[in-house]
Design a protein around this ligand. Structure first.
Ligand SMILES: *Cc1c(COP(=O)(O)O)cnc(C)c1O
Length: 399
């Protein structure tokens, strides 16, 4: 048995079976590339679901992590640390937010926002206790906790995990009139992804978010945008909301906030929503720890200073153009914004997973989603030559 076969067998024997990864065992990463235990190199076109936007093992983030890890890692929020204030200041300047709450995983940021808007609904909006409603969209993905899967429409994510958290109203994504009809006096918030990533990179119709923003403002509904995947440069802007010309009241970020080094997420708030949380009402042992703050500060610094967002815009256009000019009989649709892209295959093609497997054999790692779609999201530092190579491999695989 090779090393990778042994490791895979051990995982199968001892691990819970809640994932079905491609059978590639990675041991090293640098920039857009990762290497497996047999020494094969791959171009990473998933970027850990957009957590490594800055590229694997970015040397400056690594240096900041090592430096901070040797000095102070965790104090808990029982005491203060000398990194959190700087993270607040830098994130506020970068995003224009007024209040920030740091957490760890993306799901925790979503949970935090749900708690805060419910409380805001009771204390500020005057919704009767226990009646708060949050509007969400079908085919959403916001994480895996019980409350979040309570409003999932994916049977795999939801079935068998009840009883479910009430208080969510599900409407179709991209339909502003359905949204208008779902609002009532008890609606405290809308929780929406700017582009539905896990659903297969679904981009809403032009003008959708302008209308959502108007409806939220008119009805005193807090607009929460989950930018955990779309945010931090992925779509060619710092936040995907910029494509729509709107501003959310609450923005959720995570994933690339640490450049893939550490779980760091944050709730960014433009309104008074986070102001309702008082001491003792919410927290996390690791949230806002100095190691996380030092890593996130540097991850944001390299994202902006090294031109990654501009590169994502330029390379995203170039990559999409390449994908659209491929000769293939099994491509139903190519879509994307920035470097958040998807190639949807015809149903007769027999599922996207086999093509992801074939791409792996050619040295390109990508992930199938929803059976027929290949999602493509390389690190934002990808070059033209690397895009050319990726498109040629994809064309050879599905052409
Ligand atoms: C990944 C993701 C989450 C959940 O983040 P975790 O860190 O996995 O908990 C939430 N929302 C969106 C849009 C995501 O892509």
């Amino acid at each position: 048995m090779t090393t990778s076969e042994k490791l895979i067998a051990t995982e199968q024997r001892l691990g819970a079976n809640n994932y079905k990864p491609l059978d590639v065992v990675l041991t090293r990463g640098e920039g857009v590339y990762v290497w497996d235990t047999d020494g094969n190199r791959y171009l990473d076109c998933l970027s850990a679901y957009s957590a490594v936007n800055q590229g694997h093992c970015h040397p400056k983030i690594l240096a900041a992590m090592i430096e901070q890890a040797g000095r102070l890692t965790l104090t808990s929020r029982a005491f203060r640390n000398d990194q959190l204030a700087y993270l607040y200041e830098e994130l506020a300047a970068l995003t224009g937010s007024h209040k920030i709450l740091p957490m760890n995983s993306g799901a925790e940021a979503v949970e935090t926002a749900i708690k805060a808007v419910r409380k805001w609904g009771y204390e500020v909006k005057g919704v009767p206790e226990g009646q708060a409603e949050i509007i969400v969209c079908a085919d959403n993905f916001h994480g895996r906790t019980l409350s979040i899967i309570s409003f999932s429409t994916d049977p795999d994510a939801r079935n068998g995990f009840g009883p479910y958290t009430p208080g969510f109203r599900i409407i179709p994504f991209g339909d502003a009139e359905a949204f208008a009809a779902a609002i009532n006096d008890n609606t405290v918030a809308a929780l929406i992804e700017p582009i539905q990533g896990e659903a297969g990179v679904i981009i809403p119709p032009a003008g959708y978010f302008t209308r959502i923003r108007e409806l939220c403002t008119a009805n005193n509904v807090t607009l929460i945008l989950d930018e955990i995947q779309t945010g931090l440069g992925r779509t060619g802007k710092l936040l995907a909301e910029e494509h729509e010309g709107i501003e959310a009241d609450v923005t959720l970020i995570g994933k690339a906030l640490s450049g893939g080094f550490y779980p760091v997420s944050a709730v960014l708030s433009n309104s008074e929503v986070l102001g309702v949380l008082k001491p003792g009402q919410h927290g996390s042992t690791f949230g806002g720890n100095p190691l996380a703050c030092a890593v996130a500060r540097t991850a944001m610094k390299v994202l902006t200073e090294e031109g990654m967002i501009e590169n994502a815009a330029a390379m995203g256009d170039y990559f999409l153009e390449g994908l659209r000019s491929m000769r293939s009989n099994i491509v139903r649709d190519v879509r994307g914004r920035g470097l958040m892209m998807a190639v949807e295959l015809e149903p007769e093609a027999g599922g996207a997973r086999q093509y992801c497997h074939a791409l792996k054999e050619r040295g390109l790692l990508a992930k199938d989603t929803h059976d027929h779609t290949i999602r493509l999201a390389p690190p934002l530092i990808i070059s033209r030559e690397q895009v050319d190579w990726a498109v040629s491999q994809i064309e050879k695989t599905i052409g």
